[in-house]
Design a protein. Structure first.
Length: 238
């Protein structure tokens, strides 16, 4: 029973973080899930939880979604998330995760010092979607990398969260179908998914109330600081 309470609280905190920044919840949940259900089932369970969390973020901010960049991003993300999900049992996750962390730190540093001026062109969104989709399928989540692309659009906080969540929702849906094909997901798995999903919805609602009151300039800095923290964690711990 204590494990279930801990899982609920962790899922709530993960959703609150993701709902406020657009990413980061998966990194909080994954170590706990690995300890509770093992490596093989942790990533599919994380995918279902994120599916529900992103669905709630889309629902709470639906009217502010920017559909054109979402569509372009998904044009690359959906096919490559299929490829990544089909490959996730074959490649070393710690190496890939550290590579994502290093890429994020480089991205934030180059952008901070004015070296990198990422323009949200059609080509960059499609290519970014493909890269994020593949890595998301491979290691369970590449949310910080996807957030970096959507951050370059300069959207208001709720619009940024809802638009990024729409792309994540599609990718997690695709991955869930692929994982179910390769791994047997029993009744206990779905009960845990339902518990985490309810916590995700509550956490997302709490986060929306927080970011609605935050000025856009402060929000951008808040997300950038979180990106650096998450990237450092990924680089060190894999």
């Amino acid at each position: 029973m204590l494990d279930l309470i801990l899982l609920f609280l962790a899922a709530f905190a993960a959703a609150a973080i993701s709902g406020a920044a657009g990413f980061g919840g998966a990194l909080l949940l994954l170590p706990l899930l690995v300890a509770m259900v093992g490596v093989v089932h942790a990533i599919p369970l994380l995918t279902i939880a994120q599916l529900i969390g992103n669905l709630s973020r889309v629902g709470f901010g639906f009217r502010q979604i920017h559909w054109r960049p979402v569509a372009l991003f998904l044009l690359g993300a959906i096919p490559f998330s299929l490829l990544g999900a089909a490959s996730f049992v074959q490649l070393p996750k710690d190496v890939v995760t550290r590579a994502i962390g290093a890429a994020l730190l480089a991205f934030v540093a180059l952008k901070y010092f004015g070296v990198l001026k990422l323009k949200a062109s059609s080509a960059s969104l499609v290519m970014g979607g493909g890269m994020v989709g593949f890595l998301s399928g491979l290691v369970g989540s590449a949310g910080p990398l996807g957030a970096a692309f959507f951050l370059s659009l300069g959207l208001p906080p709720v619009a940024y969260i809802a638009s990024e969540a729409t792309t994540a929702l599609a990718m997690h849906g695709v991955k869930a179908v692929v994982y179910q094909h390769y791994i047997a997901l029993d009744r206990e798995f779905w009960l845990l998914a339902a518990l985490m999903g309810s916590a995700m919805i509550l956490g997302t609602w709490s986060a929306k109330r927080f970011i609605e009151r935050m000025p856009q300039a402060i929000f951008q800095r808040f997300v950038a600081v979180l990106l650096v923290g998450i990237a450092g964690y990924m680089l060190i711990h894999g």
